[in-house]
Design a protein around this ligand. Structure first.
Ligand SMILES: Nc1nc2c(c(=O)[nH]1)N(C=O)[C@@H](CNc1ccc(C(=O)N[C@@H](CCC(=O)O)C(=O)O)cc1)CN2
Ligand SMILES: Nc1nc2c(ncn2[C@@H]2O[C@H](COP(=O)(O)OP(=O)(O)OP(=O)(O)O)[C@@H](O)[C@H]2O)c(=O)[nH]1
Ligand SMILES: [K+]
Length: 484
């Protein structure tokens, strides 16, 4: 990958299709051959110049703005030429083809997805967490996610990681120095309060992990499945949460057969809500396929809303069917028991109902509350009562879902993060725990302590990419959109 850094690349940087303006971007060690051929004049550095873009025969492909960003002061850190044309697939493809032709002498080729940003990373314009934040900014599905991606892009997350690294380096220096004077070791470390330093570092890792967990939540969202017997009002609930008529609602049990999905947001947290076929025994063939799909969704959910019909709560057959479903719900997915159709019953009934399924306290699998805050596990209320028809009680359900997700808007503002970052932070945490255990022992094995600190630092550096495998970089950048 590093070897290809000297190749010249070009791409359409704007989204494919009709647009007011479209951009073709070239990054190379030297873009002069393309400026000469396409712009046919000199360009002042970093200034937009309005001119005709020339075809090989000298005719104008379009009139637009050309900007030359001389290396290293560009997005990629290389020599960059931007041609800002009228948006339109044909115009931009002609312009790109013209650049490739004019750049033949410098072996100009079409860029791979993420290749411009990859160069920015390799040239030190961005670290890996910032590069990822660019992709997350482009893909953000809510305003909160976009804002937090901007924070990471501006380096807020990276600065936190660097502060942790600096503290870790200080501690390592202390331990390494002590290794050289074995007879004084206990004294030396005690005087420097190595234990205190390590404890503060662990607390800071926990704090960063908590913030990163919030950021990962904004990026990934929560996968919520609405499940329950036919006619409980699952489609009605999806529609009520989404504020739109997405799923078909009828009084006929077994209406929904296929899975209906919708992404909604609660306080900026994306919730991918899935309405499923009603779960029952003895369904006909098509409905049965829907039911199997519903179970597939349930297995992979971050949370399940187990919906019950309050108007039927007293029926023995209804209760036993619910109990049969409850028995089949996976152990490791949190379940919220929700009684629907509150509007259709008297106030007396509303508060006199039923046992929740017994596994509402399981921590979410995919977005498990980080080790930072084990005590933050949701304190599950027994069950919720609402009306999908009137909207009453929906806010409590929203709040409960955020609680399951482990969402607490951080006071300092959330920065976007990925599961990859959380994974690295968990490893840092684990190595620091080992280090603390070593330090607390009477007969300290200082070399083991030093090794744990070194491993913790490596894990930390993976976040910002100072210590990352090439194939990891390849995977990260290949997921960018073309032209980025
Ligand atoms: N037209 C256009 N708009 C765009 C981009 C672009 O490439 N072209 N970007 C692309 O994604 C983003 C902006 N990113 C950029 C990042 C750095 C530099 C740049 O010239 N950096 C120089 C100078 C910095 C300075 O003057 O402070 C440098 O880093 O040395 C340009 C764009 C969003 N908008
Ligand atoms: N009174 C009242 N009726 C509701 C409420 N929610 C849903 N219903 C009615 O219950 C019936 C079934 O609603 P759906 O939303 O289609 O139920 P479902 O669980 O998706 O049904 P299936 O597709 O069979 O699994 C419809 O007649 C709805 O109008 C509610 O909050 N109050
Ligand atoms: K339905």
């Amino acid at each position: 990958m590093l070897a290809r850094l000297d190749q010249a690349i070009a791409a359409i940087a704007t989204a494919p299709g009709r647009g007011a303006v479209g951009i073709v971007r070239v990054s190379a060690r030297d873009v002069r051959p393309i400026i000469d051929a396409v712009c046919a004049r000199d360009l002042p550095p970093r200034q937009a110049v309005y001119l005709p873009f020339r075809a090989a025969d000298g005719s104008a492909i379009d009139q637009g703005l050309a900007i030359h960003f001389p290396a290293p002061h560009s997005y990629t850190g290389e020599d960059v030429l931007e041609l800002q044309a009228h948006g339109g697939l044909v115009v931009l493809q002609l312009l790109l083809a013209r650049c490739l032709e004019a750049g033949a002498s410098i072996h100009l080729r079409v860029a791979e997805p993420g290749e411009f940003t990859q160069r920015a990373f390799l040239n030190g314009k961005l670290d890996l967490a910032q590069a990822e934040a660019i992709a997350d900014l482009i893909d953000a599905s809510t305003e909160a996610a976009a804002r937090s991606a901007t924070r990471s892009l501006a380096g807020e997350f990276s600065r936190e990681v660097h502060a942790l690294r600096d503290a870790l380096v200080d501690l390592r220096m202390l331990v390494e120095a002590t290794l050289d004077f074995p007879e004084e070791e206990i004294d030396f470390l005690q005087k420097a309060d190595a234990q205190g330093q390590l404890a503060r570092l662990q607390a800071n890792v926990a704090r960063v992990m908590q913030r990163a967990h919030q950021g990962a939540l904004l990026r990934e969202g929560l996968h919520v499945v609405i499940a329950g017997q036919p006619n409980a009002g699952k489609s009605s609930l999806l529609n009520a949460l989404a504020g739109a008529e997405l799923a078909i609602v009828t009084p006929i049990a077994g209406t929904t057969r296929d899975v209906v999905r919708q992404t909604i947001q609660i306080e900026g947290v994306p919730l991918h809500v899935v309405d499923t076929a009603g779960l029952r025994e003895g369904a006909e063939e098509v409905e049965q396929i829907g039911i199997e799909r519903a179970w597939g969704q349930i297995e992979n959910a971050d949370a399940v809303i187990f919906l019950h019909d309050l108007t039927r709560a007293e029926e023995a057959a209804y209760q036993s069917a619910d109990a049969a479903i409850a028995a089949k719900l996976p152990e490791d997915v949190p379940v919220v028991d929700v009684w629907n159709k509150a509007d259709a019953v008297g106030a007396g009934v509303r508060f006199a109902h039923h046992q929740p399924t017994n596994n509402s306290d399981h921590p979410s699998r995919r977005l498990a509350v980080s080790a930072a805050n084990p005590s933050d596990a949701p304190s599950a209320p027994a069950s919720l009562t609402l009306s999908a028809r009137t909207g009453e009680g929906l806010d409590a359900l929203r709040a409960r879902l955020l609680e399951i997700a482990g969402w607490q808007a951080a006071p300092e503002g959330v920065f976007i993060a990925r599961e990859r970052h959380l994974h690295a932070l968990r490893r840092v945490d684990a190595h620091l725990m080992e280090a603390a255990a070593q330090l607390a022992r009477q007969a300290q094995a200082l070399d083991l302590l030093a090794e744990e600190l070194r491993l913790a630092q490596n894990a930390l550096s993976e976040i910002t990419g100072e210590f990352s495998a090439d194939d990891l970089l390849g995977v990260i950048f290949s997921r960018f959109c073309i032209g980025k």
